[in-house]
Design a protein around this ligand. Structure first.
Ligand code: OOB
Length: 547
C-alpha cells in the first residue's frame, strides 16, 4: 500500500473479492481490453482530432515509456492540471501504466490550490496545457518553482512548452523505445490515483482511489447506466472530477468500447453543437448547467435526437428543472448523488417518474452500506432526516496522510459524509441539506473556512464569515460577512475578489456578495452562528409600491 493510504481490513477485502466487486486488475486494463476488442473503433474525439482505441492504447504506451525515460517511476505523485482534451486521457493511462499516481486538479484551480497539492503530495511532476480559456498555465508552473517548499523536477506542457518539457517530445522519445517492457501497474489493492475532496477544511484533501475500487466504480456505473459500445459520452464537466471521470464518465465509456467526446470549451452552445455533430447519447451535468442547456435548447434548438440519457448531480436540482429534461431534450433524466470519496447513488431507468424527479437515487452497489444517524450517532427512524454514513467496496477508508482528521471522520470504516438525507422505503435517498461547512456553488464545493481565512488576510478585514445563501441559478451563492478594522472602509465585492484572485485562489471561490457588520453573531458555545448569518444574507424583500 502506498504510504499514507488506509487499506480496507483484510476480511472486508476478501469479501469484496469473493463477491466479485474487486477483480484484482490494474485500472489501465480497461483500456487494454477495449483496445484488444474494439481496436479500430473511435475512443476519443477532441482537440480537432479523432483517436481509435488502438491509437490511444499505443500513444499511452509511448508516453509511459517516455515518462520512464525521463526518470518518473512507480509511486510518484504527478499533479495533472489538464482540461478536457485528448491529452488528459493519454496522460492518465500513461501514468497508470508506470504506476505513477495522477493527482487531479480542476482546471479552475489556481496557484494557491495547486501549490498545496504539489507540496502536500510531494509531487514529482506537474502536467498543464499551455493556455486554456485565457489562462496561461505555464505561469502557474513558474509560480510553483519559485516556492522554496516545492521541489518539482518535471513540468510537462501540452502545447507550446516554452522553457518546460513538451508532452509531445516525451511521447516521441517513448516511441523510440517501443518494445521496452513496462512495469507491472498494480497491485490492484493499492492506490491508483488521487481525487480531491469537496473540501470541508481550509484546503482540498486527497482521496486515494485504488485500482480495484475505481475499476468497479467505472464498470458498475456503466452497467447501471446501460453504457455499451454504441455509447457516445460527452464530457461536459471537467474530466478531472469524479462524476465525469468514472461515474461512468470517461473511464466507464472506455471500459465498454464507447466513444468519449471532449468539447473545446464548456459553453452550452458548443456542447449542443457537438451533440448534433457527434450524435452524442449520454452526458453528465450539474443542475445550474442543465438549466442553461435547457434554456439554450429552447431558444436555438439543435438536433439532440441522439441523446438517451442526461445525468444530473453534484447538487440537488429543483423538481421543475428536472421535469424539463424529457420535453426539451427528449431523453431520460438520471439523478446522481455522489462524492469523490466513493458512494454513488443513482436513479435507475425503470424507476417510476416521481422517484426520478424527486430523489437523488439509491446506492450503486448491493455491497454499499448506508446508515442515517442523529447527532449522537444513533440510527433515526425510517424516513426521518439524519446524517448519511456509508462504507462499501469503493468508499475510501481514510484521506491521504491525515490520520487525525481520519480519526474524526471514520468510525469502524463508516465514512461520515456530512450530508443530511432522508431514506425512502425503496432505498432511494433525498438530500435534505448538510452539516459540513461547505458551500455548493453550481456544483463546485467551496470550503467556508478557506474563503474566511483568505478574506481575513485583507488589511481592512478583522474577521470574516462566509455562508452559502440560496440562489435560483447557482443553487447557492457565496455571501461573505466582514468585521472591519477600526477606521478602515469596506472593500467592494469586486475589490475583495481581485484581492483573493491575486492570492491565487480559484475564481469560483470568490464571494458573490460582501457585507460589513459590527460583529459576528455567535452560538451559545461561542462559534460563529452561520444560521443567523444566513438569515441576514437573504436580501430584503422589495416593498410593494403603495396603493
Ligand atoms: C460530486 O462529488 P464531490 O466530491 O464534488 O461533492 C460531493 C458532495 C456530496 O457530499 C453532497 O454534499 C453534494 O456534493 N452532492 C449533492 C448531489 N451530488 C453531490 N447534493 C445534492 N444532490 C446531489 N445529487 O459532487 C459527485 C461525484 C460523483 C457523481 C456525482 C457527483
Amino acid at each position: 500500500m502506498q504510504p499514507g493510504c488506509v487499506p480496507w481490513p483484510p476480511d472486508e477485502a476478501a469479501r469484496h473479492r469473493r463477491d466479485g466487486y474487486w477483480t484484482d486488475e490494474p485500472l489501465d486494463t480497461l483500456l487494454r481490453r477495449s483496445a484488444a476488442e474494439h481496436g479500430d473503433r473511435t475512443a476519443v474525439v477532441g482537440g480537432g482530432a479523432r483517436m481509435t482505441y488502438a491509437e490511444l492504447d499505443a500513444r499511452a504506451d509511448d508516453l509511459a515509456r517516455g515518462l520512464l525515460a525521463l526518470g518518473l517511476a512507480r509511486g510518484d505523485r504527478i499533479v495533472v492540471h489538464l482540461p478536457n482534451r485528448p491529452e488528459f486521457v493519454i496522460v492518465t493511462f500513461a501514468l497508470l501504466r508506470i504506476g505513477a499516481l495522477p493527482v487531479y486538479a480542476l482546471p479552475a484551480h489556481r496557484l494557491r490550490e495547486i501549490g498545496h497539492l504539489c507540496a502536500f503530495s510531494g509531487a514529482r511532476g506537474y502536467v498543464v496545457p499551455d493556455r486554456y480559456l485565457g489562462h496561461d498555465y505555464r505561469a502557474d508552473a513558474r509560480g510553483l518553482l519559485a516556492r522554496p517548499d516545492i521541489d518539482l523536477p518535471h513540468v510537462l506542457v501540452a502545447g507550446d512548452a516554452q522553457e518546460f518539457t513538451a508532452l509531445d517530445a516525451v511521447e516521441a522519445a517513448g516511441r523510440d523505445r517501443s518494445g521496452e517492457p513496462l512495469p507491472f501497474a498494480g497491485p490492484a489493492d493499492d492506490a491508483a490515483l488521487f481525487l480531491l475532496s469537496g473540501g470541508t477544511t481550509g484546503l482540498p484533501k486527497l482521496i486515494p482511489r485504488t485500482h480495484n475500487d475505481y475499476t468497479y466504480n467505472a464498470r458498475a456505473s456503466a452497467e447501471v447506466c446501460g453504457f455499451d459500445r454504441d455509447t457516445v459520452y460527452l464530457a461536459a464537466l471537467p474530466a478531472a472530477h469524479n462524476f465525469a471521470l468514472a461515474c461512468p464518465g470517461v473511464l466507464g465509456t472506455l471500459a465498454v468500447g464507447g466513444t468519449v467526446v471532449l468539447p473545446d470549451d464548456p459553453s452550452p452552445d458548443e456542447a449542443l453543437r457537438l451533440i448534433a455533430e457527434e450524435r452524442v447519447t449520454a452526458t453528465a451535468l450539474v443542475p445550474s448547467l442543465l438549466g442553461l442547456w435547457l434554456d439554450a435548447q429552447e431558444w436555438l434548438p439543435e438536433d439532440v435526437s441522439s441523446l438517451r440519457l442526461v445525468q444530473v448531480g453534484g447538487a440537488k436540482p429543483d423538481a421543475a428543472t428536472a421535469a424539463r429534461v424529457r420535453p426539451v431534450l427528449g431523453c431520460a433524466l438520471q439523478q446522481v448523488f455522489g462524492m469523490a470519496e466513493g458512494l454513488l447513488n443513482l436513479t435507475r431507468a425503470d424507476d417510476p417518474e416521481d422517484i426520478v424527479l424527486t430523489t437523488q437515487g439509491r446506492p450503486l452497489s448491493p455491497a454499499d452500506e448506508v446508515r442515517v444517524v442523529d447527532d449522537e450517532g444513533h440510527d433515526v427512524p425510517p424516513g426521518a432526516v439524519g446524517q448519511l454514513l456509508t462504507r462499501g467496496p469503493y468508499t475510501l477508508r481514510g484521506y491521504y496522510r491525515l490520520p487525525e482528521h481520519n480519526a474524526r471522520t471514520f468510525n469502524e470504516g463508516w465514512y461520515r459524509t456530512g450530508d443530511l438525507v432522508r431514506r425512502l422505503p425503496s432505498g432511494h435517498l433525498v438530500v435534505e441539506g448538510r452539516i459540513k461547512e461547505v458551500i455548493n456553488r453550481a456544483g463546485e464545493k467551496v470550503s467556508a473556512e478557506e474563503v474566511e481565512e483568505q478574506l481575513a488576510a485583507h488589511p481592512a478585514v478583522r474577521q470574516a464569515a462566509v455562508v452559502g445563501e440560496p440562489d435560483p441559478v447557482l443553487g447557492e451563492r457565496i455571501a461573505a460577512f466582514v468585521v472591519l478594522e477600526q477606521g478602515l472602509g469596506c472593500p467592494s465585492a469586486a475589490e475583495a475578489g481581485e484581492f483573493l484572485r491575486a492570492r491565487g485562489l480559484a475564481g469560483f471561490k470568490v464571494p458573490d456578495r460582501l457585507t460589513a457588520i459590527g460583529s459576528l453573531p455567535l452560538t451559545a458555545i461561542g462559534k460563529v452562528d452561520r444560521k443567523a448569518l444566513l438569515g441576514a444574507a437573504t436580501p430584503p424583500q422589495p416593498v410593494p409600491p403603495a396603493g
